[in-house]
Design a protein around this ligand. Structure first.
Ligand code: NAD
Length: 486
């Protein structure tokens, strides 16, 4: 047996409910494919609404005891899971490469990043606060306490199969909440494998439940409608997030929404161009361009736009496309055919409206869903590529005239997740922090994600923050009591 098939065989094929691995009640199965070959790599349980309800029952049943478990004990389980994750870093990385396609080196990076949420929130679990004080009038005592919100439903996307799960599970568990998690149907294996680590770390039955399904809406709707559920945390597209917010309205459910992005990458004429090109390659091509934080629009001062385009094109032409498991590959496949069609349609539309295709711009032959690393320059206002997430290896360059023009272009989107700014002028950098409508900003850096920082967006990129001191607050309820002076 090859290492790949041995690892795949080690992934449970059941649903994880109440501490047990069980088949779907109706016996449904779901095929998971390797996007670099199109081949089925594993068949697992396909849950329906009955399974979803059982998973929520298990989370509800475990809630009281888990909330009463001393924070230090909850922290230690998270910490042990982090240690097990280090032991299995290669397994998790390979699994992500197989089911999602990212190059192995990047998958290892995701294991490190995703693992940090376990370590960070193991440290936060013991710092859940409260306060006690005299009210301003001096007539009484104010007591503020925090408690877990209760059972949570977590929905994650396919692009970061491990990190999107740990970024939600870790703070929820640290806060004392139990969860049902539903990974994306395209990449469920990583979450299933991760659940075995939680189990080995000593997590009590029912605290984390995993449902894998090809019927996301049918399974999710009744869970969201159930009044025992107290919180929904979603990472995915704005279109689906909007629907889930509507469904959450009936029970006035607490929600955290990590939605789409349309990140501007601003290069001013005073930027260090070497650093800007390095940052641009990271911000654009990490995860094959399939990141909510991916630079979507390169806004470059007109005096350096040609040089920027020439230099980034040289770098793009050096990228190596292939299966993520192969040594030296830097660009894997896109997740599926739809993703390839979308990237291609956006490039065609930009060119039809007058942009210059500098390199790439085509689907690559062979099995798997590959798209050539692409650069389009002089992209015209009104092009779809400036409005929609590309989610593929495509650089689109738009020249700007001056700072006001740059800010206007950067903010001209319904999204507001992350922005990147390259300038050597500190005052200009500070002005950008104030003027850009963005939840996060990379100032002379191309990647901002960090477990210790509040990750999240404004406008239609969502609400709530994951990571940092803020991350655990999403899973805590604040209670205030007033008593007379003693
Ligand atoms: P998606 O919205 O299609 O799916 C996300 C998840 O929602 C999946 O688990 C999917 O099965 C589930 N889902 C789909 N329809 C549903 C429904 N009607 N009811 C309940 N669940 C449903 O998004 P995707 O294609 O998996 O992921 C890509 C998107 O995620 C991009 O828009 C990207 O920007 C965004 N994203 C955001 C962040 C962030 O932190 N802001 C991080 C990663 C990805």
């Amino acid at each position: 047996m090859s290492a790949e098939s041995e690892l795949l065989a080690a992934v449970p094929d059941g649903l994880f409910i109440g501490g047990e691995w069980v088949p779907a009640a109706a016996g449904g199965t779901l095929e998971v494919r390797d996007p670099s070959t199109g081949e089925v790599i594993r068949t697992i349980a396909d849950a329906d609404a009955t399974d979803g309800a059982r998973a929520l029952d298990a989370a509800v049943a475990a809630q009281g005891e888990w909330a009463a478990t001393p924070p230090r004990q909850r922290a230690e389980i998270l910490r042990r899971t982090w240690e097990l994750l280090q032991e299995h870093a290669d397994d998790l990385a390979l699994l992500m490469t197989l089911e999602m396609g990212k190059p192995l080196a990047e998958a290892r990076g995701e294991v490190a990043y995703g693992g940090e949420f376990l370590r960070w929130f193991s440290e936060e679990a013991v710092r859940i606060g409260g306060r006690y004080g005299v009210n301003p009038e001096g007539t009484g005592r104010m007591i503020v306490t925090q408690r877990p919100v209760g059972p949570c439903y977590l929905i994650t996307p396919w692009n970061f199969p491990l990190a999107m799960a740990t970024r939600k599970i870790a703070p929820a568990l640290a806060a004392g909440c139990t969860v049902v998690i539903k990974p994306a149907e395209l990449t469920p294996l990583t979450t299933l494998f991760f659940a075995t680590l939680l189990q080995r770390a000593g997590l009590p039955a029912g605290v984390v439940n995993v449902v894998t399904t090809s019927s996301s809406a049918a399974v999710s709707e009744p869970i969201i409608a159930d009044p025992r559920l107290r919180k929904l945390s979603f990472t995915g597209s704005t279109a689906v997030g909007r629907k889930l917010i509507q469904q959450s309205a009936d029970n006035v459910l607490r929600t955290s929404m990590e939605l789409g992005g349309n990140a501007p990458f601003l290069v001013f004429d005073d930027a260090d161009l070497d650093a800007a090109i390095d940052g641009a390659m990271l911000a654009k091509f990490r995860n094959i361009g399939q990141a909510c934080t991916a630079a979507n629009r390169f806004l470059v001062h007109e005096s350096v736009a040609d040089e920027f385009t020439r230099r980034i094109t040289e770098r793009v032409q050096q990228l190596r496309v292939g299966r993520g498991t192969e040594e030296g590959v830097t660009i894997g496949p896109l997740i599926d055919d739809r993703a390839v069609d979308k990237a291609d349609a956006l490039v065609r539309d930009a060119v039809d409206r007058g942009a210059r295709l500098v390199t790439g711009g085509e689907r690559l032959e062979g099995p798997g869903t590959f798209y050539a690393p692409t650069v389009v320059s002089d992209v015209k206002a009104g092009s779809d590529i400036l409005r929609e997430e590309i989610f593929g290896p495509v650089v689109s360059v738009v020249p700007f005239r001056d700072e006001d023009d740059a800010v206007r272009l950067a903010n001209d989107t319904e999204y507001g997740l992350v922005s990147y700014v390259y300038t050597r002028d500190l005052a200009r950098g500070q002005r950008m922090i104030e003027r850009l409508e963005t939840g996060m900003m990379g100032l002379n850096v191309g990647v901002v994600s960090n477990a210790a920082a509040p990750f999240g967006g404004m406008k239609q990129s969502g609400n709530g923050r994951e990571g940092g001191f803020e991350g655990i607050q999403e899973y805590l309820e604040t209670k205030y009591t007033l008593t007379p002076n003693p």
